[in-house]
Ligand binder design. Structure first.
Ligand SMILES: Cc1cc2nc3c(=O)[nH]c(=O)nc-3n(C[C@H](O)[C@H](O)[C@H](O)COP(=O)(O)OP(=O)(O)OC[C@H]3O[C@@H](n4cnc5c(N)ncnc54)[C@H](O)[C@@H]3O)c2cc1C
Length: 434
């Protein structure tokens, strides 16, 4: 452990009130801390033992996934038993309860269902119209609909505008459902959805980000479409959907990040998220809001999550550096050290290069004469493997310029400068080290 941190912990020397900081971190009051401890105890003392993490590292990935699903089921069961989710603001939905984040934190493990409440439900809340929300949110609340957010494709991550999955309007008269449909299709291998969490095994629905082709055949860019993946009754895969887990990763073993391809999967027209844009039963497209920012709303779910992740990391770095100034100094010095070594290294390479040019000044005329056929004698370049390395460059300069004096002057100055730079940097490096 860092010596300063260790000393601070051992001597108890600190310039803040630990209890007050604890209340602040828990939400601002002693009551909040009491509640957090109560919820933690509920998880730690659960008689089923399913929340025990002690053998996590010994489990196979599939076992961890199955165990985590069992944790999810037990967590919801416990919450319902003690009335978590019945608060007025939660409206019967466990994940909307103010206690839910504390419980998730207390698990000290990931749940494969996480993307359901982190991305899928927020997506419905922000991009679906009121009628759609009133239909879908109760299904999400009861865990009959478990969803994921499927934006990224094998060939398209950051470049969202290049997404290839299509959602083509299909009118009722041409075989679509009553009121019209969309056909969700993955036209190429690069259009395969790749990475979405909860997709591989857990979800039965995906919010798929796809290019909307309206009734006039016009490409309206990317929009959100709710696509059923697996049966809500028995979890079997639905026709036209190919999906699975992308396999082991360096971290996040519990999460079933997955892939999916769609072979002309037909969905109801109203499965398009229609708060900001809509398509009527004739295939006519209408954008409901005019501001430019609205075009970005189609992928706002992903942006929100990524911004939060960066924000959390920034806070951790800032707080650590603020609380433990000597550690910050160590990091800065270490970085400076690396910069100096890098500078010395590159200066040294330059110096060698310039020295070759310098020697070239003396050897050049001989080479020049030989190359131009005026002398057929033996040349040092050809029998020295190191000098031979720079021969073509120097030879080219000689043959092209033939400005022997200028070149000599240039080579001498550059060599002198780079030697001086190397010496200065080395002295600075030694001074920093001491
Ligand atoms: C653990 C995990 C969970 C994920 N969950 C989901 C999910 O739930 N749903 C989902 O849809 N996706 C998910 N993703 C996908 C993730 O959001 C993408 O990885 C991300 O959008 C980046 O895309 P990419 O991996 O294809 O990288 P690329 O876009 O190919 O980028 C590769 C590198 O190039 C850089 N780069 C890209 N474009 C530019 C540019 N214009 N200028 C300069 N540099 C650039 C990037 O910064 C990066 O370093 C998940 C990924 C991971 C790792």
């Amino acid at each position: 452990m860092n010596a300063d941190l260790k000393r601070e912990r051992e001597t108890g020397r600190r310039n803040f009130d630990v209890e007050r900081l604890t209340h602040m971190l828990d939400g601002g009051s002693a009551e909040a801390t009491r509640r957090r401890r109560q919820l933690q105890a509920m998880i730690e003392r659960d008689p089923t033992g399913v929340f025990d993490n002690s053998d996590n590292m010994y489990l196979h990935r599939t076992e961890r996934h199955v165990r985590a699903l069992a944790k999810h089921v037990r967590l919801i069961e416990l919450c319902r038993k003690v009335g978590i989710g019945s608060e007025p603001e939660a409206n019967g939905d466990v994940v909307q309860s103010p206690d839910f984040p504390t419980l998730i934190h207390a698990l000290a493990d990931d749940l494969p269902t996480a993307l359901h409440w982190v991305m899928f439900v927020p997506n419905i809340q922000s991009l679906c119209d009121e009628e759609q929300q009133s239909l879908l949110l109760p299904l999400c609340r009861d865990w009959r609909m478990i969803g994921c957010y499927a934006q990224t494709e094998l060939g398209h991550g950051s470049n969202v505008r290049a997404l290839e999955t299509t959602a083509t309007f299909l009118p009722e008269r041409k075989g679509g459902m009553k009121g019209g449909s969309f056909v969700i299709h993955s036209p190429t291998i690069t259009s395969a959805k790749f990475w979405p969490g909860t997709l591989g095994r857990t979800a039965n629905h995906a919010m798929v980000i796809a290019r909307l082709i309206d009734g006039d055949g016009v490409d309206r860019g990317i929009h959100n479409f709710l696509v059923p993946l697996r049966s809500m009754k028995d979890h079997t895969l639905l026709p036209g959907v190919t999906t699975g887990d992308i396999g082991p990763k360096i971290g996040y073993p519990v999460m079933d990040n997955g892939f999916a391809m769609f072979d002309k999967v037909v969905i109801p027209r109203r499965n398009m998220a229609m708060r900001f844009a809509s398509v009527d039963s004739n295939g006519k497209y209408e954008k409901k809001a005019v501001s430019d920012a609205v075009s970005k709303i189609a992928y706002i779910t992903m942006m929100q999550v990524r911004i939060l992740e960066c924000f959390y990391k920034a806070i951790v770095v800032r707080v650590r550096n603020e609380l433990v100034p000597p550690l910050a100094k160590v990091l800065v010095t270490r970085e400076l050290d690396q910069w100096l070594s890098l500078a010395i290294h590159s200066s040294f390479s330059l110096m060698i290069d310039h020295l070759f040019s310098f020697f070239g000044f003396f050897l050049g005329p001989r080479l020049y004469l030989q190359r131009s056929g005026k002398e057929s004698g033996h040349c040092l370049y050809h029998c020295n493997p190191i000098l031979g390395d720079s021969t073509p460059r120097i030879r080219r300069q000689w043959l092209q310029q033939e400005r022997i004096t200028d070149f000599g002057l240039q080579a001498t100055t550059a060599s002198a400068l780079s030697i001086t730079r190397c010496i200065l940097l080395f002295l600075l490096y030694r001074q920093e080290g001491s």
